[in-house]
Write a protein that binds this ligand. Structure first.
Ligand SMILES: NC(=O)C1=CN([C@@H]2O[C@H](COP(=O)(O)OP(=O)(O)OC[C@H]3O[C@@H](n4cnc5c(N)ncnc54)[C@H](OP(=O)(O)O)[C@@H]3O)[C@@H](O)[C@H]2O)C=CC1
Ligand SMILES: Nc1nc(=O)c2c([nH]1)NC[C@@H]1CN(c3ccc(C(=O)N[C@@H](CCC(=O)O)C(=O)O)cc3)C=[N+]21
Length: 300
């Protein structure tokens, strides 16, 4: 038997439609246009692609997009000055600083300089703390997208064994918090975990956020489990021609698809949901900033 594919691309399209509907409502009823500012330092090609896609989809949803592309040698003081301006700009409801930042910049300091109410990435320590204590927070886009797909596919997750592989601040830890919020029994695994295969095999819900191409084989997957593959890894694809590459996840899709109950593909899984959730968070931030009702189905 082959697993059900969880189609992130299709899922993301429905989120974007909901976002666009709410944007029309905000505009028509309240004269508001949600605005998202994206800040990029340097010319990393992958980051450029993400930033371009974010800007395009922001505009398609009827929102305002402000792109700030700065040279890689921009100083921390200059970056902080830009953030202060964006914090004060009424047309900007969401601010995202593309990571990773160059080594001469203290990323923690920059992220914590963003107004928590405009922190659509959910990386500010105040939003991290709110999420951890079950308060209303801005939730990081990638784990939020995973949660929405899990809710859509599974509905109630109470009592499920969830294993998150990876403990980063941007994916693994917030993912674990959200699953806890869904009443899962959550295990967080990482590079020091003993017998990772055995831990993974316990999972009804397995989330892989490691950054190692195809490292989780099918025989680590519990039969029937729901597998969310966050990994985005570019590998050589000589079968497509000399020098060609392709994207793969952290899960070995070909061996896992015969064991899992459902699985997200890479590409076309978590990635598109991340951008859709960024738009959703921008609308949420705009509503909260104006004391308006939040959109249904777009928050944690
Ligand atoms: N689809 C999307 O929208 C997004 C995708 N990504 C992708 O998700 C992946 C993870 O990203 P991110 O969380 O930022 O990565 P990080 O590198 O910040 O974290 C990786 C985590 O994996 C753990 N790890 C590394 N090697 C192993 C191993 N051999 N066994 C078990 N655990 C291991 C690390 O453990 P330790 O802490 O012990 O070092 C760490 O906790 C990447 O492929 C990234 O490209 C990221 C963001 C968005
Ligand atoms: N402040 C900040 N916030 C982020 O959310 C953030 C970041 N920095 N830095 C980089 C990572 C990575 N990330 C992705 C977004 C979309 C896709 C995506 O759309 N992927 C497509 C494929 C795109 C392609 O073909 O290259 C897919 O999986 O189908 C992937 C990865 C957001 N990140």
């Amino acid at each position: 038997m082959s697993a059900t594919l969880i189609d992130g691309k299709a899922f993301a399209a429905t989120i974007r439609e909901k976002v666009a509907g709410h944007v029309r409502h905000l505009h028509g009823e309240h004269g508001l246009t949600p605005g998202l500012a994206v800040v990029l330092l340097g010319e990393d090609p992958a980051s450029q692609v993400y930033v371009r896609n974010k800007g395009k989809q922001t505009v398609e949803a009827g929102m305002a997009s402000f792109e700030h592309k700065l040279p890689v040698e921009t100083s921390q003081a200059e970056l902080l000055a830009l953030i202060a301006r964006l914090n004060a700009a009424p047309a900007v409801h969401g601010i995202l600083v593309q990571l990773p930042l160059p080594a001469h910049i203290d990323a923690g300091k920059v992220l914590d300089a963003i107004d928590p109410a405009k922190d659509v990435d959910g990386f500010h320590v105040l939003n991290v703390g709110r999420l951890a204590t079950g308060q209303k927070a801005m939730v990081p886009c990638t784990p939020l997208g995973c949660l929405m797909m899990l809710r859509g596919h599974l509905g109630d997750m109470s009592g499920a064994e969830a294993v998150v592989v990876g403990r980063s601040n941007i994916v693994g830890k917030p993912m674990a918090q959200l699953l806890l919020g869904e009443n899962c029994t959550v295990t967080i695994a990482h590079s020091r975990t003993r017998d990772l295969g055995e831990v993974c095999r316990r999972a009804d819900i397995l989330v892989a956020a490691v950054g190692r191409a195809q490292m989780i084989p099918g025989d680590w997957v519990r039969p029937g489990a729901t597998v969310i593959d966050v990994g985005i890894n570019r590998i050589a694809a000589p079968e497509r021609g000399e020098g060609k590459t392709r994207l793969v996840g952290d899960v070995d899709f070909d061996s896992a698809v015969g064991v899992a109950g459902a699985i997200t593909p890479v590409p076309g899984g978590v990635g598109p949901m991340t951008i859709a959730c960024l738009l959703a968070n921008t609308v949420t931030a705009c509503c909260r900033a104006n004391d308006l009702a939040e959109p249904e189905g777009l928050t944690a």
